[in-house]
Design a protein around this ligand. Structure first.
Ligand code: SAH
Length: 506
């Protein structure tokens, strides 16, 4: 008679999540081999059986023992948590199986940690995902980092197993840094400790916050993608990606327009209407939806992907020209684009929004620092709408009350709070704002001075000038930083003319 070897999965740790087939296999077995904790969950079915408990680390011994018993002609169940085939003992048994073995081997599937943990977080694995174990006992650490890099660059949700042990404290942070290098710090992540067991704990946080936490070997992490959404305590992957049927691959030899502003998107639409292959590159998801709306013919690239990735994209797609229509205060991206274009020999043109005409009652400042000084001399309840980046320049002096309007993103809100603004002094809302919207907010907050920056007409400056004028409060406007663009223009026609004059094979 042949021995029977059941490789039995018993799920995350609750009797209710043990598959009936696993229970049947255990009940018909004479011998059970497993780790103490797992045996506790199946206690009621163990009566009268021969039990072999081995410590967690002696996996090879457990597999070998189960095989030996089966070879003697008996029926044995080797028990593993989650799914026995996922970072479990099943592969080990197959490795040890001899060609001459005449055994009836059955693998009984179970709910692996990725799935049990995901269920407690909502549905973060609703679309493509991958799992990665951070245990370097079975895989050399450099390979783990290499895999993490490839996964981080992909659009997959990623589940991390064997996250952190007493002996391996730093590895997980190196892996999270890799993800932070390739994905925005604001994407949603979840942690689950002891899913469906005593001591169960779940948490949802941003990728950046995840980097600040401590874990252990009872924890599983889920790293979301830029599409992962949150609703109340739950995370989920949207079932379809918005407008994906209109998302185009990057065409070769295209004109690349770096925008994020309405003028930039309009410009892209004009170029596309003239029959040019166009790519619109924006920094944020919001920018991408706007670009899709205003320039549906263009392929869209979104995210702060960094200089190296950007260089590669432009190089591989043989970009024909770069039009830099980014925000006039985004000097970092402009400098980066000029450097890349210089390196790759791609023609570069800066598209500047026309500077705003400043009426005489407006106070001009050359820098944020100067604006803060002027504002403090002018008022006590000061409204800042220069963006979160510069808030500290204002709030570091605490003898005035500072108020701010910021974009409604988690990261902006965090930065505003970190700059010391109380929640009651923050308005997080997507612009542009009408004169009336400005007036009513400033009236409600009893604002007596406003600071903004010259971002041109579509940045909403005229509405602020008019509102400040109507309320008779001073308006401080920070002037644009001076950058030396190699060539620039202020009109759509001039950009189109420049593009048409480019050599065809440039
Ligand atoms: N075969 C198991 C995985 C073994 S690797 C399975 O399919 O689930 C061990 C890792 O799994 C742990 O470090 C942890 O990351 C994860 N894990 C297993 N059970 C878990 C649970 N109940 N809650 C959270 N994570 C769990």
């Amino acid at each position: 008679m042949h021995g029977q070897l059941n490789l039995v999965s018993v799920g995350p740790g609750s009797t209710e999540l043990i598959p009936p087939r696993a229970r049947a296999a255990i009940e018909r077995s004479e011998v059970i081999v497993g780790y103490g904790l797992y045996l506790k969950w199946i206690q009621p079915w163990l009566e009268g059986k021969e039990i072999h408990e081995l410590p967690l680390t002696q996996e090879r011994d457990r597999a070998a023992l189960a095989l030996k018993i089966a070879r003697s002609g008996r029926t044995v169940s080797l028990v593993s948590s989650g799914d026995i085939g996922v970072y479990g003992l099943a592969p080990l048994v197959f490795e040890m199986l001899e060609a001459t073995d005449k055994l009836d081997v059955q693998v009984i599937p179970g709910i692996t940690a990725a799935l049990s943990c995901a269920s407690l977080l909502g549905a973060p694995l609703g679309h493509d995902f991958a799992t990665l174990s951070l245990s370097d006992l079975l895989c050399p650490w450099p390979w783990i980092e290499e895999r993490a890099t490839l996964l981080a660059r992909s659009d997959l949700a990623v589940v991390l197993y064997n996250v952190q042990s007493e002996a391996r404290r730093d590895g997980v942070y190196r892996i999270l840094d890799i993800f932070l290098h390739h994905r925005p710090g604001t994407i949603w992540c979840g942690t689950v400790r002891n899913a469906y067991r005593e001591g169960e704990a779940t948490a949802v946080c941003s990728l950046k916050e995840l980097r600040e936490r401590n874990f252990d070997m009872l924890t599983t992490l889920v790293i979301g993608t830029r599409f992962t959404k949150r609703t109340g305590p739950f995370l989920y992957a949207p079932r379809g990606y918005h407008g994906w049927e209109t998302q185009k691959p990057i065409p070769p030899q295209a004109v690349w327009l770096f925008t994020g502003t309405r003028d930039g998107n309009k410009l892209a639409a004009e170029c596309a209407a003239q029959g040019m292959a166009t790519v619109v590159s924006v920094a944020t998801e919001y920018g991408a939806t706007q670009a899709l709306r205003h320039s549906p013919e263009s392929a869209i690239v979104s995210g702060r992907i960094g200089q190296t990735a950007r260089t590669n994209l432009l190089k591989q797609s043989k970009a024909r020209a770069v039009v830099d229509a980014t925000h006039p205060f985004s000097t970092a991206i402009s400098s980066q684009l000029m450097a890349i274009c210089g390196e790759l020999n791609i023609p570069y043109l800066r598209f500047n929004r026309p500077k705003s005409w400043l009426p005489s009652h407006v106070l001009a400042a050359g820098s944020m620092e100067e604006a803060a000084n002027i504002a403090r001399a002018q008022g006590n309840r000061i409204f800042i709408s220069t963006g979160v980046k510069d808030l500290n320049t204002f709030t570091k002096t605490t003898d005035r009350e500072w108020f701010a309007r910021i974009t409604p993103g988690v990261e902006s809100l965090e930065r505003a709070l970190a700059a010391g603004l109380p929640a009651s002094h923050i308005c997080a809302m997507q612009g542009p704002f009408s004169q009336r919207a400005n007036e009513s907010l400033w009236l409600d907050w009893q604002i007596d001075c406003v600071v903004t920056k010259d971002s041109g007409e579509t940045g909403g400056l005229p509405a602020k000038i008019a509102a400040a004028h109507a309320l008779k409060i001073p308006l401080v406007v920070v002037q644009r930083p001076e950058i030396n663009y190699p060539s620039f223009t202020e009109t759509t026609d001039a950009v189109l003319g420049w593009l048409k004059a480019l050599p065809v094979d440039a």
